[in-house]
Design a protein around this ligand. Sequence first.
Ligand code: UDP
Length: 339
Amino acid sequence: MRVLVTGGAGYIGSHTVIQLIAAGQDVLIVDSFANAKPTVISRLEAITGKPLLVYAFDLRDTDKTEDLFAREQIDAVIHFAGHKAVGESVQKPLEYYENNLDSTLVLAGAMARHAVTKLVFSSSATVYGANAPVPMSEDLPTSATNPYGWTKVMIEQILRDVAVAQPEWRIALLRYFNPVGAHASGTIGEDPSDIPNNLVPYLSQVAVGRREKLQIFGDDYDTPDGTPLRDYIHVEDLAAGHIAALSKLATTESPVSTWNLGTGVGTSVLDVLHAFERAVGRALPYEIVGRRAGDIAASYADPHRAHAELGWTATRTIDDMCADSWRWQSQNPNGYPDA
Ligand code: UDP
């Protein structure tokens, strides 16, 4: 099968490309490189031992997207491309809605015209909104608390509507919990372009000496140690979930399927700090500060549906995740070099 991976040079996309190739799929990448470095591609080629076919353009360019589908045989699409910073989305809502919605509309339009009807979409646990009970199951109502989250809710709805109109489509909406970790080689990983907002990238930069200390946003939550619980999932487990979802699309009768990709385990901020300290082999500086606006006490998956329907389960522990994140960060203190 020939799979188009949008955002294939990004954090989750790059790890998924490796597993697709290992599973014997033929891969094509499209990436704007707005938030990814071209070095990723040479590293992917080194890991996979295969030259990669890469198109460097923005999906919102309707002519180029149409031309890609006209030129290439494509059997399925995994759609990762999109803006993903929650805080930035609050500052730049129009940019987020425009980028994430338009790119998906252009992509889906080209797919429809060229009879490509298998699509795996990167959604997020953020679609469960602010007051969802844990563990979160796929049947909960969706909502959001910021423009980034709303783009995920809206794209899910758009894709459901496509599947109503054209029931031959097979669409997977994958709701990710908190992806962390890196490839075991330490040569690809998460590379935030600015000051990291997320916990593990921030901790990694503290450990490597780029930031002074971690600020823990509140220890007065109603949780066992007072810090919030999240469902951290190794990016390699997450990538494996995409391979499983893609193969399920070949046999399922449902035009749209929704699957949580999480471990089902709630891990506190202090637990992550201590796991990272074990990976690094020393204590890391931190201070407790006030809560961050918009944070909720607990978010973790009910992962049973993905297990039952995809035969997929996350297997890596928080110690595995921190060890791999640290290997990546310590081997690449400043992230990917410029090409
Ligand atoms: N967090 C923190 N300090 C940081 C970044 C994050 O204490 O510098 C906490 C945050 O309050 C949340 C957890 O770590 O409880 C995970 O945050 P992250 O931004 O990684 O993911 P989120 O679940 O918010 O999408």
